[in-house]
Design a protein around this ligand. Sequence first.
Ligand code: PLP
Length: 427
Amino acid sequence: MAKSQGNAPGAGPDRPWADSLQRGRVPGPRLAQQRVVDGTGPGTRSVHAGTYEDPVTGAVGTPVFQSSTFAFTEDTYEAFDQGHIRDVPIYGRYGSPNQWAVQEKIASLEGAESALVCSSGMAAITTTLLALTNRGGHIISSRDVYGGTFNLLREDMHQLGRSVTFTDPTDLDAIRAAVRDDTQVLFFETLTNPLLKALPLRELGELAREHGLLLVVDNTFLSPVCLRPLEHGAHLVIHSATKYLNGHSDVTAGVVSGPRKYVDRVWSQLLKFGGSLDAMICFLLERGLKTLALRMRQHSVNADALAGFLAGHSAVRAVHHPGRPGYPYRWLHELCTEGWGGMVSFELEGGDEAALKLLDRLRLPVVATSLGGVESLVSLPFNTSHSFLTARQRLGVGIEPGLVRFSAGIEDTADLLADLDQALGGL
Ligand code: PLP
């Protein structure tokens, strides 16, 4: 439709969708110049999927389109008229070639129709939950979620007219019992912090469908290389892309992926909340993602080796890691085919004092919050993520004295083991 014909009222031969609730949805948004690598493995998708192939210069990577607005064309007016403005470059907050390139790569890795990048993981979570629920709606979630998410659910949701019930994410009966007539969304993490409890994803997906609910999961700890939740029943999958997806501890970003009908709803909420991702950050995220599959393999190898070593050490009381023989959430082994990422938690016999000494002695890992970077990161829940709880409350959520959270980086395994060995000596 030409620009002069815009805003024609009602349906007609030019506006067939106006009569139809079956309005067709296409994957994307994507540009014709973006690379498609269907039928390939995660390593190939990490490298190639979504890349903008510049017809003018032949640049092999997506150029940075550092522009907040894009010149109108006939396509723009048609998009306004037909109601698909998410599919054309209009304005930076609405979408841009750099957002679309990185979104397409992530969508390809997740097996999703569409993805939407946001300015942080929290922006993705907040925007998604508010887009998929309305006033009076009820969310079922858990205390076993990232602290920022828990605070949002506990402190803000009721102000916004949503109620939240907190359950054990591994207890299907408790989750089923919490379902009410006004329940709209189930929100859980696929692998929890810091005790690495795994979500019974398939069963939860079935429960969600049985009750007409949406299952939204935060898959930050695993990445789509280890687990693709959409293949196992989740409706939407969220990541703090700050972690494994970017992988270099130099970007803050988030992403939500899934069927376009849901992602479009999140997008229209994001337009209002404004948590869009800048082109330069998209460029960095796209570059980081190119090595995702490669990095995840080494993260997993390192965490497996550390967990094995720690389990045999006299200073260590317990190890929480999906690879350990006594790991209680065995269903994760069926869901994850390429390892379970780089997280490992362990408790020291000497309690929090010993844990503080350990952090002083470690030479390679950086003592810092966050996870999923190429460098190993280590922190103690008692004085960071769970410091707002009393010692008794910490015990109540399974945080024993001496608990250490270790995000294994991609360093040489032998170096990490040697460093841990020297740091644990005499503790
Ligand atoms: N989800 C999980 C599991 C996290 O660990 C974090 C941050 O640590 C977030 C979400 C929030 O992400 P961001 O810091 O990118 O907002």
